[in-house]
Design a binder for this molecule. Structure first.
Ligand code: NAP
Length: 271
């Protein structure tokens, strides 16, 4: 029997990277999975792959910042699969720029997707989980939500907000058998690195790109193990939080970062 056999899961940003690995892993472990994303072609392709390997899944187009769409997506999960037990709130973007070069429009766009989207996902999933008799909510934050990050101040602010929002959700739903935890991935090899706008080019523009960021080089320089994480590393942690094996894990932070935030290597020797 799979680790999440019989559960119904909703995964946002599921067409790519970490979300895709979460959707495939949950389906492989017996969940019926509703995948949502902006990228319909990739989402549909992934659903076809899950079905081909014996899993049950469906795809819906969804912009996580659109509140009306949230009501429809949750209603569709219940209509199609009968209930909602698991929410993986994963959709997110990153914008790399100095604070003074960041436009208010980009600050707000990042907040809208990374924070408003997570808020809406939880707001609309809780009533469905109540109807199901309980549930597990997993919010994808980042190591950037655990500490500051020069060049990623806006991203860090959004991920820090997600971290504390998860704890508040856990407390507010504690007597309703609905758990909520945050996950903090380190440097993970996904397409997000190619999409991160870099090199602000002047007022009103944050879209000018220099060379794309190289996550392998960043991992080599900043992760004590030197190893670049894979989406599956995160999906395995998410699976645990989604399953009943983590029934007493609530309001907590699962850090999956190859010891990146554990401290400084050799800091005593160098002191
Ligand atoms: P990814 O490969 O870019 O996947 C993110 C998915 O979310 C994409 O398919 C993207 O679509 C979608 N998305 C973006 N805006 C959306 C919106 N408004 N509504 C619905 N879907 C939207 O990135 P990833 O690396 O897997 O990241 C997943 C999560 O992990 C994010 O929250 C990210 O911050 C977090 N994270 C990633 C890392 C890492 O190293 N990769 C580390 C820590 C935390 P488009 O491609 O069309 O934009």
């Amino acid at each position: 029997m799979g680790q999440v056999q019989g559960k119904v899961a909703l995964v946002t940003g599921a067409a790519s990277g970490i979300g895709a690995a979460c959707a495939e892993t949950l389906a492989r472990e017996g969940a019926r999975v509703l995948l949502t994303d902006l990228d319909d072609a990739r989402g549909e392709t992934l659903v076809a792959r899950i079905r081909a390997s014996g899993g049950e899944a469906a795809y819906l187009h969804q912009d996580v910042t659109d509140e009306d769409r949230w009501a429809e997506v949750v209603a569709e999960a219940e209509a199609r699969f009968g209930r909602l037990d698991v929410l993986i709130s994963n959709a997110g973007i990153g914008i790399l720029t100095s604070i003074v070069d960041m436009t208010l429009a980009d600050w707000r766009r990042q907040m809208a997707i990374n924070v408003d989207g997570v808020f809406l996902s939880v707001k609309h999933s809780i009533p469905a989980m109540r109807r199901a008799g309980g549930g597990s909510i997993v919010l994808i934050s980042s190591v950037a939500g655990l500490r500051g990050s020069a060049g990623l101040a806006g991203y860090s602010a959004t991920k820090g907000a997600v971290r504390l929002f998860a704890k508040s959700v856990a407390l507010e739903c504690a007597r309703e058998n609905i758990r909520c935890n945050s996950v903090h991935p380190g440097i993970i090899e996904t397409p997000i690195w190619e999409k991160i706008p870099t090199g602000a080019t002047g007022p009103g523009s944050n879209q000018g790109r220099n060379a794309p960021l190289d996550p392998r080089a960043i991992a080599l320089a900043s992760v004590p193990t030197g190893v670049l994480g894979q989406p599956q590393d995160v999906a395995d942690g998410v699976l645990f939080l989604a399953s009943d094996q983590s029934r007493y894990v609530n309001g907590s932070e699962l850090v999956i970062d190859g010891a990146q935030t554990a401290g400084r290597i050799g800091s005593l020797a160098k002191a």
